[in-house]
Design a protein around this ligand. Structure first.
Ligand SMILES: Cc1cc2nc3c(=O)[nH]c(=O)nc-3n(C[C@H](O)[C@H](O)[C@H](O)COP(=O)(O)OP(=O)(O)OC[C@H]3O[C@@H](n4cnc5c(N)ncnc54)[C@H](O)[C@@H]3O)c2cc1C
Length: 459
């Protein structure tokens, strides 16, 4: 930041409520990175409590061309909130009020900094349901979820964050405050501008508030956890579930490497010899869930299985999900660095993806662990790297090049849920056509003509 820009921020600081702009080293360090591998110290950190403060900050930043990088909880996986050009990190963490939960309208109105799981607990206490369930929901914010269009296991049946955004308050780069959408569950008034900001990764505007759609909370849930002898059997079991007419709320798969690491961590004897594992969850009314669980098991058993575990009710289901939650930690226990890619492939390519991952290991001499959301083809392909080994970086990059090239050739995408950020910037030109890249640039210029919002990222 040059001296003129610094002076402008000092003037702004005096106009904002006390403590909303911080310059100290400790605060700047806390806002320099997310959960990926890049970092850069911002010059200052804004911690506004109101939309008015956000608007003031952006108007000043726009006038003086100061870079502003919005930040939710910093639990992104792609370096999205890293302020690569310095300037101000604009944290929404203190805008964390749940303004309203309306059982009659089935909506919640929240500020962007509300932690997703806190919202979920609050609505569930009222018999309501906010389904999007990224694994990071205990830490990530609703605003962060909106601009990364976050998803999770339940999105197979219920859809991703964008499907729940009815209305939003967004501050544009020049400080203009927009009210978009409505609190009705249907709305066709003009363009769907809410969705312009969904997945926009902080490049087009700052989301300060959201009106979210809620559903009735299903009274019952049930799960099956299934051990299998091969990933081909897992793919066939998944096909059999859909062929029987089920749309489970979650359908997760894990490969042999992941299971071996999980077995090491948990000491589970059941997993011995398993080469693949799936978890299927259904929900609905008590009587129908009981009956459907039996039918679901019958569909799964059309394929040879090593074991089937059943869970009926929230507590029993959580026990089965516990294993799934251990996967990330188990991979971390290997001591290798996990490059967690979140590709999505057309559903029929699941088995091909697992076979391709096995070939990647052989070709590049690296371990590859796959697990994730089988039902929607969104698989975490984790390239496991020992960066102390000579040539490891080059081999891991070559492996990722191969992976993304193949996924794109199948009609898949380089990111199903984490976003592009810094991590996938290298593959952006392959992932979208030149004309689509140009349209991104045109939209960016229209909304942020001075390029102050999250500069240095993929647009
Ligand atoms: C352990 C772990 C598990 C994860 N599991 C999942 C998963 O299952 N599914 C999934 O989809 N993702 C997952 N993620 C990725 C990540 O948690 C999500 O992308 C999440 O939505 C990030 O939210 P955040 O509040 O931490 O955002 P941040 O990391 O702070 O920011 C993410 C991006 O959004 C921008 N931004 C943040 N808030 C705003 C705002 N209010 N207005 C404008 N721009 C903003 C930032 O500039 C940045 O580009 C996981 C991450 C971790 C670390």
């Amino acid at each position: 930041m040059n001296p003129r820009q610094r002076q402008a921020l000092r003037r702004l600081e005096r106009a904002l409520p006390a403590g909303e702009l911080r310059w100290d080293q400790a605060t700047r360090e806390q806002h320099a990175r997310d959960k990926w591998f890049a970092e850069r110290l911002p010059d200052a950190v804004a911690l506004p409590r109101s939309t008015a403060s956000v608007a003031r900050l952006l108007a000043a930043a726009h006038a003086h061309r100061i870079p502003v990088t919005a930040r939710g909880a910093g639990h992104g996986y792609v370096g999205g909130c890293v302020p690569v050009r310095g300037g101000v990190v604009l944290s929404l963490a203190r805008m964390n009020r749940i303004r309203e939960i309306h059982a009659g309208d089935f909506v919640a109105v929240v500020q962007a900094g509300v932690i997703t799981q806190r919202l979920q607990a609050a609505v569930e206490a009222r018999g309501l349901f906010y389904p999007p369930d990224p694994a990071s929901r205990g830490d990530s914010t609703v605003g962060g979820n909106i601009v990364t269009n976050a998803g999770g296991p339940r999105c197979l049946k219920y859809g991703v964050t964008r499907d729940y955004l009815l209305g939003s308050e967004v501050v544009l780069a020049d400080g203009t405050v927009l009210e978009l959408g409505s609190r009705t569950h249907k709305n066709k008034t003009g363009f769907d501008l809410n969705r312009l900001f969904v997945g926009s990764e902080g490049l087009l505007g700052v989301v300060t508030e959201a009106t979210l759609k809620l559903l009735p909370l299903p009274p019952e849930r049930a799960c099956l956890a299934v051990g299998l002898s091969s990933s081909a059997d897992a793919a066939r079991a998944i096909e059999s579930i859909f062929a029987a007419g089920f749309l489970p709320c979650a359908l997760e798969v894990a490969d042999a490497f992941t299971l071996a690491a999980a077995q090491q961590r948990t000491g589970s004897r059941r997993l011995a010899g398993c080469q693949a594992h799936i978890i299927v969850e259904i929900d609905g009314q008590r009587e129908s869930v009981r009956r459907e669980l039996r039918l679901l098991e019958r569909a799964v058993r059309r394929v040879p299985v090593r074991f089937v575990e059943r869970g009926l009710g929230a507590a029993a289901c959580e026990q089965l999900w516990q294993l799934r939650r251990e996967f990330s930690y188990a991979l971390r226990d290997t001591g290798l660095t996990k490059l967690n890619e979140d590709v999505a492939v057309p559903r029929s390519r699941l088995e091909d993806l697992f076979a391709f991952a096995a070939r990647l290991q052989r070709r590049h001499g690296l371990q590859v662990a796959c697990f994730g959301h089988a039902g929607d083809g969104n698989i975490h392909v984790n390239v496991m790297v020992d960066f102390t080994q000579p040539g490891a970086r080059a081999r891991s990059e070559a492996a990722l090049d191969d992976l993304f090239r193949q996924v794109l050739a199948w009609g898949g995408v380089i990111t199903g849920e984490h976003g592009v950020g810094l991590a996938k910037r290298r593959w952006w030109p392959q992932a979208v056509s030149p004309s689509v890249q140009a349209l991104h640039r045109k939209l960016k210029r229209a909304l942020d003509p001075r390029g102050i919002l999250n500069p240095g990222k993929f647009v």
